[in-house]
Design a protein around this ligand. Sequence first.
Ligand SMILES: [Zn+2]
Length: 476
Amino acid sequence: MALLRGLLVVATATLLAACATNPVTGDRQLALVSEGQEIEIGRQVAAGAEQQMGLVDDEALQAYVQRLGMQLAQASERPDLPWRFRVADDPTPNAFAAPGGFIYITRGMLALLRNEAELVSILGHEIGHVTARHSVAMMSRAQLAQLGLGIGSIISPTVAQFGDLAAGGLQLLFLRYGRDAERQADDLGYRYALEQGYDVRQMTNVFAALQQSAQLAGQSPVPSWFATHPYPEERIARIEKQLTTLPTVVEPRRIGEDTYLARIDGLAYGDDPRKGYFEANRFLHPELAFRLDFPRDWRTQNFAQAVVAGSPREDALIQLMLVPGTLQEAAERFFRQEGLTAGRVRSQSVNGLSAIIGAFQAQTEQTQLGGVATFISLEGRTYRILAYSPVAQFAGYERTFRAVGTSFARLTDAKALARQPQRIAIVRVPRAMTVAAFNSAYPSAIPIEQLALINQMAGPEAIMPARFQAKRVVGE
Ligand SMILES: [Zn+2]
């Protein structure tokens, strides 16, 4: 929400701004955002996105993706942006660009790819969105809409923390750009990859794999690249047409299969249970060793920064997060803030842990909220469980809110504490074999359709050639 306010300030300040030249097309276009502002907004969006999704904890892999991205970006129309390429710790296959040159690819996307040329084609596409200033164009429109409707202006800073966590940074990243912008990004990405000597024929594999993966998609707060990048058939056809214009005799082009597969050997696959997982309505966090029971039938999401649950009628929200300070400090800071009226606040023990629990009311521009805030201390960390609804509904929810707060407990189950993510392992197959035969010889912890998918094989009966470097998934 701080981000939203930042955007509004920028938009207001620049409403008078006029035309700028698009770096890619050379066209003059209405630009509400200068390059300096574009970079500043991008930095904020990137910081928010990194906090919410987290980055994969593998410096060698991060440096590798940064190096590949920089090769392309430095040869683009906007070499001097503060380009940043990172692998986001999310299992859903996606990639996205924030304005100003902040580009993210998920580990879920890396799991689907087989070589560097494919990776570069995706980075090139996202670079294209930045060099052609697509996000800036979209942002300007979004800002105008906000200004026009008066949405987003908030009376009290108190209310900033009542915003939907999914809003803000992530939503700006998951904009759908429209068909023309996607075509342009495809064309730019194609050109950037070609200029660096990559085998651009690999691009079509990516689309095919994404199309296949859409059917196997799991639940995640992050939409897949397939969802934010529609019309795959049309795009494959376009790339194939461009490929026919390549000279028939070409020098060997860069594919980079060995390097790429070595980099992703050992990469986490699927949801990472160490960062928290659900068993029905119970949330368990092995790394931080706690558990919490959300109400049945509520919609839950586990973000890097918080766990959020929404009521089936979408009129109540519960949010669990770590907050700075001791139990007393955190509770005092919360209940004494401006714009918030605290009810009875008291200290008590919750499953053997020190806690402070209190009801409150807070005024937002749209509505008066009623809620319960529970603060709990465990292993020197302070947790806050914030549950609220419009004040008219609060009476109906209060028992539920208090029950969730007091369900917080130390996680002691040894099996839950030891949970580890599944990981990709690379195996060179000794002889030609079907995916099914490979799965018998080297069992994987995932369904066979998914195994075929990450190996870019059509299905269980497709044949892996001799010496093929296959991915398998090991772990529970
Ligand atoms: Zn795109």
